[in-house]
Design a protein around this ligand. Structure first.
Ligand code: SF4
Length: 328
């Protein structure tokens, strides 16, 4: 097994609201290995983005508060570093691509000004050298006429082009870890697949590790080596992508997989897609026991009172459910 780049141990995050305090992430654990892509998958509100923002300590505190756990990177617990130390890590060692490039780019600065600023924050280069590197980066993300693009503003680019600029910015300082939070959500299907291919190639070329946040299992199968499925702030199943897609054990993972459109299926014509009935519970109204029990077709009495612990299918594949693997 390769080296662990990022080790998240028992991470707990809560939010204070006028209605009281609630838990958004309930003590999750995962490791990101050197050179791999790990996908965090689940419906909106399951804690994926909160987890990603916690790694970079970008959650607004208050209302958010990291109330427990450790995030180990390069022998340091990121949760114990000062703001100054974290500023040195963000962008340089760990970078993030955010969901919406239009709101993440500064509308009143040219792309060149934004790229140069990012580079100069972490690299000891002259402005001229930073500008040259910016142009090279735009070429690397396959934007045509990079020199021209540096003089343009974000609104002059299409959504796909803006996302390429965000990727260039995230890669500017050659990070070891790239966090991509729903990087293709706002894009149409063709551009989505181009961006995924680009991310995959750039990751392999640079030897980075990637934490990919998505609700789209189609995205995951193209790019991730491992998947961690989250539900209501908990990790419910983790395993190698192909293993988990072909042999899911947790009822929620099974539901996610069977609700995917499948163009190969003979039954697709005239049939409704299967859905997971009900909704993700509000964070301040999570049920006792297994949070998934009101939506689970296999739920029994114990599920309503006792939270399931993690079981091993094998060394690489775990799930959290009261049922034995053979009984689902
Ligand atoms: Fe369903 Fe019970 Fe398993 Fe939860 S613990 S997923 S409710 S069977």
């Amino acid at each position: 097994m390769s080296k662990i780049e990022l080790d998240v141990r028992n991470l707990k995050v809560s939010f204070s609201t006028p209605q009281g305090s609630f838990s958004a992430v309930n003590g999750i654990n995962f490791q990101l290995y050197s050179g791999e892509t790990l996908a965090l998958v689940g419906e909106s509100g399951c804690g994926k983005t909160v987890t990603a923002l916690s790694v970079l300590r970008l959650l607004p505190e208050p209302p958010a508060k990291i109330i427990g756990g450790e995030i180990i990177y390069s022998d340091s617990n990121l949760l114990c570093l000062s703001h100054k130390q974290m500023r040195q890590i963000r962008g340089k060692d760990i970078s993030m691509i955010f969901q919406d490039p239009m709101t993440s780019l500064n509308p009143v600065l040219t792309l060149g000004e934004q790229l140069v600023e990012t580079i100069l924050q972490h690299k000891n280069l002259s402005k001229k050298e930073a500008l040259k590197k910016s142009s090279e980066l735009l070429g690397k993300v396959e934007l045509p006429s990079p020199e021209e693009k540096l003089k343009q503003y974000p609104h002059q680019l299409s959504g796909g082009m803006r996302q390429r600029v965000m990727i260039a910015m995230a890669l500017a300082c050659e990070p070891k870890i790239l966090i991509a939070d729903e990087p293709t959500t706002a894009l149409d299907a063709l551009i989505q697949s181009q961006i995924l291919e680009l991310l995959k190639n750039l990751k392999e070329e640079a030897g980075m590790s990637m934490l990919l946040i998505t609700h789209d299992l189609g995205v995951v199968t193209e790019i991730a080596e491992r998947i961690m499925v989250m539900y209501a702030g908990d990790e419910v199943e983790t395993g190698p992508t192909q293993d988990l897609i072909k042999n899911p054990f947790h009822p929620y993972t099974k539901g996610l997989i069977s609700s995917r459109p499948n163009l190969d299926s003979e039954k697709i014509n005239g049939q409704r897609l299967k859905e997971i009935e009900g909704n993700v519970p509000n964070p301040n109204q999570r049920p006792n026991g297994c949070s998934f029990h009101p939506r689970c077709g296999w739920a029994f009495d114990e599920c309503k009172i006792k939270k399931p612990s993690s079981q091993n299918i094998n060394q690489n594949h775990q799930y959290s459910c009261h049922l034995d693997p053979g009984s689902i």
